[in-house]
Ligand binder design. Structure first.
Ligand code: FAD
Length: 413
């Protein structure tokens, strides 16, 4: 029976890159993919535009992966954001930079990223076994035996597991690799959603579904503390809140919710002014435009659809003229504009999250090689590894970098 040098399980970005690197080093490589094509989740990234990586410096990359982010220092060194850009350019795909250092293909289509990966896999003669869903993995006298759900047997000297996390399961990432790793003795850390919309108790938020609050500041309150999180666009939905500022902070918020139960978040509609400066501005404006209604005046500060609900919360009649607003009402308005509270009471389910935070424990993986410390010749790459990065191209870079390292070391060790 043919024994492959390397069998890679999963044809997402991590698995494709692992296979490409192995084949570039002259190894006989096969990719086993349960779907009938590569990169199904990759196609969905950034609304089909694919935010491939980021121009950020190493320290920012490591920070984005939280407490144990430094685990990736070696992987990002061996195959950096710069190396990834060169890889795509060399293979005919021009990239462009957008706000916050985010890198996209100039085509603005994830499909062109998938096409490059497929072309390079074919160029290096990687065997692609589609509709192969790995069920069992065994190591018998230094050789791995891989069996699919249809009992097809593949044998290989080395195996890279790159089956992804457990979100957007319809793309094929349903956590098979995690169960297989667990059976081989690996510890799987708690699986939590990363980059997930949050549920809010207040009904008025649900009624304003589709409204974006642009460039607002976000703070969170728990245990008597109020902590600033970040600034950006916040989207109101029929169940709560989403948008970049929420997706960026959801990991941290969910951790705090696990600890403290329901939490308050506070929206700052005017983050460029501190509370005192806003107070002075309101006082001056109310004198200057005394005949205007409050509703008309607030159009300078809030989206139209937000004005009545906000004034309803603080019980001020929107039709009142500015010269009829009492000092107490003006202070209430100032507080609501700087710190409008919402009650968070949950999050959407795991399957709706962008990434899985949690997976094969990093303590059991060698950061220089991505090899298992428990099973020699077994490697991990991509989202299957515990932890997750923030929005901005960090997760795909993690997949490509760890994939590269796994393919590289599986070929050399
Ligand atoms: C909607 C959305 C948007 C996103 N946007 C971005 C973005 O713009 N930028 C960014 O950096 N990140 C983004 N992400 C995250 C990013 O897509 C993932 O982190 C990345 O795809 C992980 O790559 P991976 O190769 O580890 O796993 P995956 O891409 O999940 O690939 C795993 C592969 O393994 C296969 N597989 C699973 N089990 C088996 C089995 N038993 N046998 C054989 N094959 C199997 C699956 O079918 C799949 O093809 C986004 C995620 C989502 C859901």
């Amino acid at each position: 029976m043919k024994i492959y040098d390397i069998a890679v399980v999963g044809a997402g970005p991590a698995g494709c890159m692992a296979a490409i690197r192995g084949a570039q080093l002259g190894k006989k490589v096969i990719i086993l993919e349960r779907n009938n094509k590569i990169g199904r989740k990759l196609l969905l990234t950034a609304n089909g535009r694919c935010n491939l990586t980021n121009t950020a410096k190493m320290e920012v990359f490591l920070e984005k992966f939280g407490k144990r982010g430094s685990f990736y220092r070696d992987a990002f060194n061996q195959f950096s954001n710069h190396d990834l850009k060169i890889f795509f350019k060399k293979n005919g795909l021009e990239l462009k930079e957008e706000a916050e250092g985010r890198i996209f293909p100039v085509t603005e289509k994830s499909k062109s990223v998938v096409d490059v990966l497929l072309n390079v896999l074919e160029e290096y003669k990687v065997n692609l076994a589609y509709n192969y869903r790995l069920e069992h993995l065994q190591k018998v006298s230094k050789i791995f035996k891989l069996t699919s759900t249809k009992k097809e047997l593949i044998t290989a000297q080395k195996v890279v597991i790159a089956t992804g996390g457990v979100t957007y399961g319809f793309t094929g990432s349903t956590g098979d690799g995690l169960s297989i790793a667990e059976l081989l003795g690996h510890h799987i850390t708690d699986l939590k959603p990363g980059g997930v919309p949050l549920c809010v108790r207040e009904e008025w938020v649900h009624d304003l579904k589709g409204v974006t609050l642009e460039n607002v500041g976000l703070s969170i309150g728990y245990g008597g503390k109020k902590i600033y999180l970040s600034r950006g666009n916040l989207l109101l939905t029929h169940f709560g809140v989403s948008g970049p500022v929420i997706l960026d902070s959801s990991n941290r918020i969910i951790e705090l919710m696990d600890e403290h139960g329901d939490l308050k978040i506070y929206i700052d509609f005017i983050p460029e002014l501190n509370s005192e400066a806003l107070g002075v501005r309101l006082m001056e404006d109310f004198q200057k435009h005394s005949k205007k209604s409050l509703r008309t005046y607030l159009k300078n500060h809030l989206p139209n659809s937000m004005i009545d609900p906000l004034l309803n919360i603080i019980s001020i009649d929107p039709a009142k003229k500015l010269n009829q607003i009492t000092k107490k009402e003006r202070i209430l308005l100032q507080e609501a504009l700087k710190s409008l509270p919402l009650t968070l009471n949950g999050h959407l389910p795991m399957d709706k999250a962008m990434v899985t935070c949690g997976g094969v424990s990093k303590k059991e993986i060698n950061p220089q090689t991505m090899e298992s410390k428990l099973v020699g010749g077994l490697f991990f790459a991509g989202e299957i590894i515990a932890g997750c990065g923030g929005r901005g191209g960090y997760n795909l870079q993690q997949a490509f970098s760890t994939g590269y390292v796994a393919g590289n070391s599986a070929s050399k060790i």
